[in-house]
Ligand binder design. Structure first.
Ligand code: 6PG
Length: 507
């Protein structure tokens, strides 16, 4: 390729794990790329890999932003894969200095905070078109087909759409299952692409944030099932892996159950022990689960299982405290009579995981609905469920049922009200309750399962005790309350009789 001619369709900035693999994926799909990273070794690495895998020299190394712009056809299309936060703005300012124009498009593919995306779109208006695309799927997804959640200017989307649809994961339209092929130079071109326009400004990053919140919940729920099998049935990691493989053939068929089995089967090369037994039980987090929980609290959308999953990681990180407390605080012993029949208990855990998973997704979709109404994003929930069927971390057969639910009723208030899911929970809830009752009696924490059940039971309860709560608030703070026999929105206060004073009077 003549490297002096402006012949690349895409500029790529940031060649870390995600950036490198997205760039190679684009090259696989026939795109010529002008590539830059502050670390020149990373540029050399990706260009070499491109030559080795494609023999095509589609990735052209650039040593500066100016050189990168000079290699691109106009208007410029530039993809950023840099860490979320100030690096995104640093690169944007450098591109402005290098001469980027008003109709050029810059796409942020990082795990950015959705409100930063809203701010950036406004801040860079007139300088260039700031567009965002949240990416899920990790390293392998980026390389062979991620799930993409693009949002921003519609004109920019028209230009970006063919590119994103080419590199995205694909779903078999007949089965709703991913079409997977992990071969460099031989991308999947058939099937339905997991990339759809999500909405204006920060909508895509918000949806990705909720994806990650659900991911936290999914992972926590699987871990609780593992913990209960381990503690109550004394099962080995290998035996639990076999159960997960079995579960992965049915209702729980998902990437996260599949990789959990693989993690449990792995053996530590140093000690010969199951690897999971030498991994410290302190969970890390980069913050997207926290953002989901904060967003849920801010808009008052009860994402209790997601939020619990964030706190469960925080609790796990208090290792020293837990070691100390384990020597001082008492709890019950494992009692085989409570655990009951092994096969029956494993089935109860399966059903608890399944029902809790339904609730976690119901919470995530409810949160997206609330945010969509608040920000006028007009989110298409069937479309979102569709692009989560392949490529992303929460990909699962289950997402086809969610797609069906929103295809049938795009104004569904809550996934729990969909007839299919309502029936599923009705069929499996008895075992869900048994699993929680047993783990509570045995002292094994299962906050994911139980927060989901409390969500379900609260959501289906016509009268909650918030009447008393409103009375308490009015009593100590004159905060007023609504009455069941008066129109909504009319507020009342009572002169409460204090001890030794006469009866209440309504105002
Ligand atoms: C994905 C993942 C990805 C990542 C996050 C979460 O969709 O590809 O969600 O975004 O794994 O960084 O990581 P933490 O568990 O560290 O928050």
């Amino acid at each position: 390729m003549d490297q002096d001619a402006p012949q690349c369709e895409v500029g790529f900035i940031g060649l870390g794990v995600m950036g490198k693999n997205l760039a190679l994926n684009l090259a696989d799909n026939g795109y010529n790329i002008a590539a830059f990273d502050v670390d020149h070794d990373k540029i050399a690495d990706v260009t070499q890999q491109d030559i080795l895998e494609n023999g095509s020299e589609r990735i052209v190394p650039c040593s500066s932003f100016t050189e990168l712009l000079s290699k691109l056809s106009s208007p410029h299309l530039i993809v950023l894969s840099v860490p979320a936060g100030h690096p995104v703005d640093d690169v944007c300012h450098k591109l402005i200095d290098a001469g980027i124009c008003a109709d050029d498009i810059v796409i942020d593919t990082g795990n950015s905070k959705w409100n930063d995306t809203v701010r950036r779109e406004q801040e860079y208006e007139g300088k260039f078109l700031f567009f965002s695309t949240a990416v899920s799927g990790g390293e392998v997804g980026a390389r062979f087909g991620p799930s993409l959640m693009p949002s921003g200017d519609r004109y920019a989307w028209a230009r970006i759409e063919p590119m994103w649809k080419a590199i995205a994961a694909k779903v078999d339209p007949d089965t709703g299952k991913p079409i997977e092929r992990f071969e460099p130079g031989n991308p999947v071109i058939e099937g339905e692409p997991c990339a759809t326009y999500i909405g204006p400004n920060g909508a895509g990053h918000f949806v990705k944030t909720v994806h990650n919140g659900i991911e936290y919940a999914d992972m926590q729920l699987i871990c609780e099932a593992y913990h209960l099998m381990r503690s109550c049935l004394d099962m080995t990691p290998k035996e639990i892996a076999a159960i997960f493989r079995e579960w992965n053939q049915g209702l729980l068929d998902s990437y996260l159950v599949e990789i959990s089995a693989e993690v449990l089967e792995a053996v530590d090369s140093d000690t010969g022990q199951p690897l999971v037994d030498v991994i410290l039980d302190c969970a890390g987090q980069k913050g997207t689960g926290l953002w989901t929980a904060v967003s849920a609290l801010e808009v008052g959308s009860p994402a209790t299982t997601i939020t619990h999953s964030v706190f469960a990681r925080a609790l796990s990180a208090l290792k020293e405290d837990r070691v100390l407390a384990s020597k001082h605080l008492s709890g019950p012993q494992i009692d085989a009579a409570i655990v009951g029949d092994r096969g029956e208990f494993i089935q109860q855990l399966h059903d608890a995981l399944y029902c809790s998973k339904i609730c976690a997704y119901a919470q995530g979709f409810q949160l997206m609905k609330t945010a969509s109404d608040e920000h006028d994003w007009d989110l298409d929930f069937a479309g979102i469920a569709k692009i989560w069927r392949a490529g992303c971390i929460i990909r699962a057969v289950f997402l086809q049922s969610i797609t069906n639910a929103y295809d049938t009723d795009d104004d569904l208030h809550n996934l729990l009200l969909d007839p299919y899911f309502a029936e599923q929970i009705s069929n499996y809830q008895s075992n869900w309750r048994q699993a929680i009752a047993k783990s509570t009696l045995l002292g094994i924490p299962c906050g994911g399962f139980s927060s989901a059940l409390a969500y379900y039971d609260s959501y289906r309860t016509e009268t909650l005790p918030a009447n008393l709560l409103q009375g308490q608030r009015d009593y100590f703070g004159a905060h007023t309350f609504e009455r069941i026999d008066k129109p909504r929105g009319k507020h009342f206060h009572v002169e409460w009789s204090r001890p030794g004073q006469p009866m209440v009077k309504m105002k």
